[in-house]
Design a protein around this ligand. Structure first.
Ligand code: SF4
Length: 292
């Protein structure tokens, strides 16, 4: 069972494999690139990716890994689980019956917290809004227990990368959930004014890896300041590959790619580890209060 490098989760629960790209935020999908590395004959992602002119791509097929669905039942220690880092739970080809079985596991393990992130919040809203959804989920728990709805240990989130994707936030606000969060990663443009009522947590991060696009510090600061003003927990995950250059110039700037914004040399490509996660000299590690 996998531990995770995701800063805000303890473990990943990957009972789905495969996806299809939906928007700009998917362009350098880490899961897609990783999956392609393990897509040879007999490997875990065989038949789920293809090699296009721009590199590896998901081919749209989804595989349910049945034996992984009960995984959290076997873990006694309370954990924060990121649900499906190698797919999207609300992908159009994941049957609601499979999602019911996953929610049954979540209902049976209130000791754990589950973080579900999607780029398909309209399907998530449809799923979660059904009046008798808890009864359908309860059928899979094989107990006589009532399933509360929304489940108090399940956090629902949407990924947002640019202004076009902001409509996902509206769908999330409309979805019954104990905790609602927005993962703004990779942040690709200024998002402008945000109305964050009903949102408990915002995560911001820049892009890393090959071909990473830069995140203007102004865009990240604007979101941070709006979260502070609107009393929403803020988590700054990482700069990504590009870091802003402040007073101290790097030792060997010639070895790094430099990019300017509005004519000023401000961003240096150093890789995500060196770029770190300080914004204006501090880390932002806020979480929704339920796990504080
Ligand atoms: S929705 Fe998520 S997993 Fe699917 S292609 Fe986009 S970034 Fe990758």
């Amino acid at each position: 069972m996998a531990e995770t490098l995701i800063e805000w989760a303890d473990r990943v629960w990957n009972f789905l494999r495969g996806c299809s790209m939906v928007s700009e935020g998917c362009r350098h999908c880490y899961a897609m690139i990783m999956a392609h590395r393990f897509s040879g004959p007999g490997q875990a992602y065989e038949g789920l990716t293809e090699l296009g002119p721009k590199g590896p791509r998901w081919n749209g097929k989804i595989r349910v890994v049945e034996e992984k669905i009960p995984e959290p039942l076997q873990v006694r220690k309370p954990q924060r689980w990121f649900v499906n880092s190698m797919s999207d739970l609300f992908h159009e080809d994941v049957p609601f019956e499979v999602i019911d079985r996953a929610f049954a596991v979540m209902a049976l393990t209130p000791r754990h917290t589950y973080q579900i992130l999607t780029k398909r919040p309209w399907r998530m809203r449809e799923y979660c809004s059904l009046d008798w959804r808890n009864q359908l989920v309860a059928q899979h728990t094989q107990t006589m227990r009532m399933v509360p709805w929304p489940l108090p240990n399940v956090w629902l989130g949407v990924s947002v990368e640019n202004q076009d994707a902001l409509s996902r936030v509206d769908a999330l606000k409309d979805t019954p959930a104990a905790v609602r969060f927005i993962s703004i990663e990779p942040l690709l443009e200024d998002l402008g004014a945000l109305i964050l009522d009903g949102i408990h947590w915002v995560i911001v991060g820049g892009e890393s890896g090959r071909g990473a696009r830069l995140m203007d510090p102004k865009w990240a600061r604007s979101i941070r300041d709006q979260c502070v003003r609107q009393n929403v927990n803020f988590f700054f995950k990482q700069w990504g590959a590009w870091v802003p250059v402040y007073a101290d110039p790097p030792d060997e700037p010639a070895t790094h790619e430099l990019r300017t914004i509005d004519g000023a040399p401000v961003m240096l490509k150093v890789g995500k580890h060196q770029a770190g996660r300080l914004i204006d000299g501090r880390e932002w590690n806020e979480y929704p209060e339920v796990v504080a």
